[in-house]
Design a protein around this ligand. Sequence first.
Ligand SMILES: Nc1ncnc2c1ncn2[C@@H]1O[C@H](COP(=O)(O)OP(=O)(O)OP(=O)(O)O)[C@@H](O)[C@H]1O
Ligand SMILES: [Mg+2]
Length: 277
Amino acid sequence: MHSAINVSGLNKSFGGKQVLFDLGLAVEPGEMVALIGASGSGKSTLLRHLAGLACADGGAGSSIQVLGRSVQSAGRLNGQVRRLRADIGYIFQQFNLVGRLSVLSNVLLGRLGRMPRLRGSLGLFNHEEKLSAMAALERVGLAEFAHRRASTLSGGQQQRVAIARALTQEAEIILADEPIASLDPESARKVMDILADINATDGKTVVVTLHQVDYAARYCERVVALKDGRVHYDGPVQALSGAFLNELYDGDLDAGLLLPKPAQHGASHIPLSLVAA
Ligand SMILES: Nc1ncnc2c1ncn2[C@@H]1O[C@H](COP(=O)(O)OP(=O)(O)OP(=O)(O)O)[C@@H](O)[C@H]1O
Ligand SMILES: [Mg+2]
């Protein structure tokens, strides 16, 4: 069987400044992997490349495959990447819900990548799709909020709606970029419990970037640590000793490591079509 994720020779530069260096990574189906590293180490950039939301530098050896299909190679996106994205659920720190729409409508947006464009653009969801969206909301404990405006929910609830959207999408892989960084500990725990349940019960592959290393330790067996755009460590989470972390974060252990990171603005610049696809 093919890997869930297979990256090799990934280089990325922004305006002449290289931020990812010859990066390689393989994730097997059903794994739940924590991606950690200091701010600016390249975690979000890596995740965006996996989903085909960013294109690597050219270079013959550069390739990214997800679910055995090419997302990009040699710095060129696969022309079929939209179809592949339907199998990738992407969870953002700032949830990326459409605030003025109902919770149920937001969850249904997960179907967009799997239905004809016209029916999707008219929002014509069939009964089966609505049932599946309701089941997803039930699973994240928010069925009673189905008809509320998404913007009226708490941050933790909105993140659970975003996960319900990925469930309704029937994504095979969940890429979650700092899903709990803006949440209080109780909400963070609920969100991580749901991600862990989707991994354990449904066998979905999960890659989650986390600032809070204690959550990585609690929820993931494997951790990949980036440092300055390179894989610094890839292995069992038990290896995360104090000395290791001190080195990984260059002694900056208080930098939001165990504390929620303040909300970042700018996460919602990602077009809705990419989120829902
Ligand atoms: N669109 C962009 N244009 C220019 N530079 C960028 C862009 N996106 C990322 N970078 C740079 O790439 C590097 C890696 O950024 P990235 O956002 O991937 O880090 P990160 O590990 O996710 O950090 P954080 O923990 O703060 O989210 C940083 O130096 C960042 O400034
Ligand atoms: Mg980031």
